[in-house]
Each structure stands twice: as structure tokens, then as C-alpha cells.
Design a protein around this ligand. Structure first.
Ligand SMILES: Cc1cc2nc3c(=O)[nH]c(=O)nc-3n(C[C@H](O)[C@H](O)[C@H](O)COP(=O)(O)OP(=O)(O)OC[C@H]3O[C@@H](n4cnc5c(N)ncnc54)[C@H](O)[C@@H]3O)c2cc1C
Length: 426
């Protein structure tokens, strides 16, 4: 007989859901994770941030990750499309210690490992089962779910943590309102490849970013053979070209001398996939008994690999909040709900500003400066490593960086970049 009542139902078995379940189990709460897909399943989002290590350690899963054989990541390298400028971010050179290393992960393996960890802590896991309806009452939530084969079940819980990612399979008033869009609409075209060369030694695990006039490529090594490679561009630039995803990818590689070097021998080992319009943030992230965490709450842009970190961090925050309310035998107060929304958005906002700088041609020229003055580079390195909590030494460096980016529009403080000259239009 399956249980029909839990302290917490977690919707989704991605990193946010599994970590939410682990944190809830650590606090002695009964948990059911409902995951619609069969695991292991493909997911994009393979580059972790060192700042996320602490969340995974707190969830008790770090040792399992350390021994799973994932590729070690010590930093990132940024290039212009013709390779004429290069910037290496070496995490060990950051202002904040302890952020020297993390991992690049094949998500099918990583997500399955996290889900098994949650199960090992006592969470019940219902795989191949989709949540169809969530109804919030004063002192509980009713959750209706359906197995892929058809059987429908209903359970009750004190709390629902919605970690269903960007999919919104069930009707939800709470998920309808989103903040105004901040950037142009973008799409990503990606696949796993073999035959992509890597740097020798530890730097071989770096994320490689190649900046194009309208977008960029990521190259993320996910094991000894395979590299995840993806193109991000604006949907309007893609529409103007009017080509299929694979052709768009091929043409964009061909236009970049640096990418031609890196992708010359590359062979796709899976079909190309497309994800479009992934940037949004929901207005309210918590109801009295339903809390959104991870991508279900919001996601900005993959350029700084913040997704999994913010997802697991928000799950940790969500559980801390509901555990306190559960202990007091009440739902979430308005103040707590607003505080959670504010905290998650403030954390994400630092990445948001970095993303805006990355896409702005003048600001990116500032970012690419090899040796920025006033030790700004050490501060930016810590932020790129995910230290979104702006302690004073990071705060003032970040502010100066933003001011220099702004000034660059009027007075070139660093050499401007002619982005069009870095590609070969054919
Ligand atoms: C192009 C692109 C590149 C990216 N690159 C990176 C990167 O390099 N690094 C990084 O950190 N992040 C990256 N991200 C972001 C990253 O993919 C997400 O932030 C991360 O997966 C969020 O984790 P999550 O647990 O919130 O959601 P997910 O990983 O999406 O998991 C949600 C789970 O919920 C399940 N689900 C959905 N609906 C239901 C339902 N109704 N019932 C039951 N189960 C349900 C889904 O099957 C899924 O397993 C990238 C994103 C994109 C679009």
C-alpha cells in the first residue's frame, strides 16, 4: 500500500526537487517526490558552479558526486569568434577562498545520482508519474497525479514544493504571473559531440565560451570522450536566416575561425535539440503552502551556468522556511512568502547583471580586459564562480565594474571590439 499523506510533496526529480527532498528528510519530514519522466533522462545544464558545492555538501551528496567520475572544472575560457582575444577565468584566483573547483556533469547521471540520494534518505519516489492538479486548502494541499500508464492517485500534504522546471503541466494560478522580460528572446541549439579538442591538464575541464556578434557557443566536456556544444542566438536573428536548427549551428560554426578549429573533427552523437524562450521569473514564488523552487520559480540565461546552483540553493531556502512554519503548526505568513521571493530574486539578480553585461558589446569588451585595474578581476572571478552574495570586497568591485561598463559607452576606457570583424560572413 502506498502512503497517501505526506509532510511534503515535491513535484519534479531534477536537482531542485532531489535537494529539496534531501533537506526535508534531514529535518525529519515525510516526503514524496513525483517525477513524470523515466530516469535516467537527458537534461541540458551540465556545467556546475563552485558556489553550488556547499549546497550539495549540505544535502549530504557531495561525497557521492566526488566519487562518480565527473569531469573536474577549474574555470572557464572566453574567446572572440576569431580567437583574437581570450580571457581565462581561473577559479583559484578569486577573492573568496574555497571556490577553486567543481564539476562538469552529464545530467542524466547527475540527476539520477541526486534522486537516488533523496531515496536513500527515505523519500518515496514515484517515477513516471505526472502531477496534474494541486489544490491548496487552509491546512493542507491535495495533489492529483497520474502514472504514464493511466492510474490516477490523490495524496495530501502539508506542503508542496514545485520543482517541475520550466514545464508547467498542471494549471496553476500562482504560475501565471511573470516579471516583465529583460532581454531579447533567445534560443539554444545543442548536442553532444565527440572529437572536440581540449586543453592539456586541468584546464581541459574548463567551460569554453565563444562570443559571436549575436550570440555565443558553449563547449562543456562531460566525460573523457564527449563534449556538450550549444549555440545561443536571438530568435529574431534565427528567423531572419530561416534555416533548420542543424543548418543554423553549422553556418554559425563555419563563420567563426575559433569554432572551426574546435569543431573541425567533431561528430554529433545525439540529435540536435532546441530550447527557446527559457528566460522568465515568476512574480510570486510562494503561496501559503505551495513554494516554487529552481526553474519552476525562474531562470534567466545559461551563460554563467547559474541554473543548477540557484535551483538547489532556492530548494534549500524553501525547505528551511517551511520547516519553521511546520514546527509552529501553521502555513506561511505573508511576510515569509514575500521574503522568500525577495531573497531568491536578489540572489538571481547578480547573475542577471552579469548576463546583461555579457550581451552588451561595450560591457563585454570591459569583461574581456586581460588585467582590469583595482583588482576587479579577483572579485569578478568569485562572482563567476557563483558567489552571488555580495560581501563588501565583491560589492565594491562589482559596482566599479558596472560603472566602467556604463562609461565605456561614451568614453572607450578599454579598446572597443569590432564584433562583426571577428566572423566570416559567407
Ligand atoms: C540551453 C540551456 C543551457 C543551460 N546550461 C546550464 C549550465 O551549463 N549550468 C547550469 O547550472 N544550468 C544550466 N541551465 C539551466 C538548468 O538546465 C536548470 O536551471 C536546471 O535544470 C534546473 O533544475 P530544476 O530541478 O529546477 O529543473 P529540471 O532540471 O528541469 O527538473 C524538473 C523535473 O520536473 C519534472 N516534471 C515537470 N513537470 C512535472 C509534473 N507535472 N509532474 C512530475 N514531474 C514533473 C521534469 O520531468 C524534470 O525531471 C541551462 C538551461 C538551458 C535552457
Amino acid at each position: 500500500m502506498q502512503a497517501t499523506d505526506f509532510d511534503v510533496v515535491v513535484i519534479g526529480g531534477g536537482p531542485a526537487g532531489s535537494c529539496a527532498a534531501a533537506f526535508a528528510r534531514q529535518r525529519g519530514l515525510s516526503v514524496c517526490i513525483v517525477e513524470k519522466e523515466a530516469f535516467p533522462r537527458f537534461r541540458i545544464g551540465e556545467s556546475l558552479l563552485p558556489m553550488g558545492n556547499a549546497v550539495l555538501k549540505a544535502a549530504g551528496v557531495w561525497e557521492k558526486i566526488e566519487s562518480a567520475g565527473f569531469v573536474e572544472k577549474y574555470g572557464a575560457r572566453f574567446y572572440l569568434a576569431d580567437g583574437s582575444a581570450e580571457k581565462t577565468v581561473d577559479f583559484s584566483k578569486g577573492y573568496v577562498g574555497g571556490l577553486e573547483r567543481t564539476f562538469q556533469v552529464e545530467r542524466a547521471k547527475f540527476d539520477a545520482l541526486l534522486l537516488e540520494h533523496a531515496r536513500s534518505l527515505g523519500a518515496e519516489v514515484r517515477i513516471g508519474t505526472a502531477v496534474r492538479e494541486v489544490q491548496e486548502a487552509k491546512d493542507h494541499v491535495s495533489v492529483t497525479m497520474g502514472e504514464n500508464g493511466g492510474a490516477v492517485a490523490a495524496v495530501t500534504a502539508r506542503w508542496v514544493i514545485d520543482c517541475a522546471g520550466r514545464d508547467n503541466l498542471y494549471g496553476s494560478e500562482q504560475k501565471r504571473a511573470v516579471d516583465p522580460a529583460r532581454w531579447a528572446r533567445r534560443a539554444a541549439v545543442y548536442a553532444h559531440f565527440t572529437g572536440v579538442p581540449r586543453a592539456e591538464g586541468p584546464r581541459g575541464g574548463d567551460t569554453v565560451i565563444v562570443r559571436m556578434p549575436e550570440g555565443w557557443f558553449w563547449l562543456i566536456p562531460i566525460d573523457t570522450e564527449r563534449t556538450s556544444v550549444g549555440l545561443v542566438t536571438t530568435t529574431s536573428a534565427w528567423r531572419d536566416l530561416g534555416v533548420e536548427p542543424e543548418e543554423l549551428f553549422r553556418q554559425t560554426v563555419a563563420a567563426s575561425p575559433r569554432l572551426r578549429e574546435l569543431m573541425g573533427e567533431a561528430v554529433a552523437v545525439q540529435p540536435y535539440r532546441v530550447t527557446a524562450d527559457y528566460s522568465y521569473f515568476r512574480k510570486e514564488l510562494a503561496g501559503a503552502r505551495v513554494v516554487l523552487a529552481g526553474d519552476a520559480a525562474g531562470f534567466f540565461d545559461p551563460i554563467f551556468s547559474s541554473g543548477v546552483y540557484v535551483a538547489t540553493w532556492s530548494a534549500q531556502q524553501a525547505v528551511a522556511m517551511i520547516a519553521e512554519a511546520q514546527a509552529a503548526g501553521r502555513g506561511l505568513k505573508d511576510r515569509e512568502r514575500a521574503g522568500y521571493t525577495r531573497r531568491v530574486k536578489a540572489h538571481a539578480e547578480v547573475f542577471c547583471r552579469m548576463i546583461t553585461a555579457f550581451y552588451d558589446n561595450d560591457s563585454f569588451a570591459v569583461f574581456m580586459t586581460p588585467r582590469p585595474p583595482w583588482d576587479l578581476g579577483r572579485g569578478l572571478t568569485s562572482i563567476v564562480a557563483g558567489h552571488a552574495r555580495l560581501i563588501w570586497p565583491l560589492w565594491w568591485r562589482f559596482k566599479i565594474f558596472l560603472v566602467v561598463c556604463w562609461l565605456q559607452k561614451w568614453v572607450p576606457l578599454v579598446a572597443p571590439i569590432d564584433y562583426e570583424a571577428t566572423v566570416m560572413r559567407g
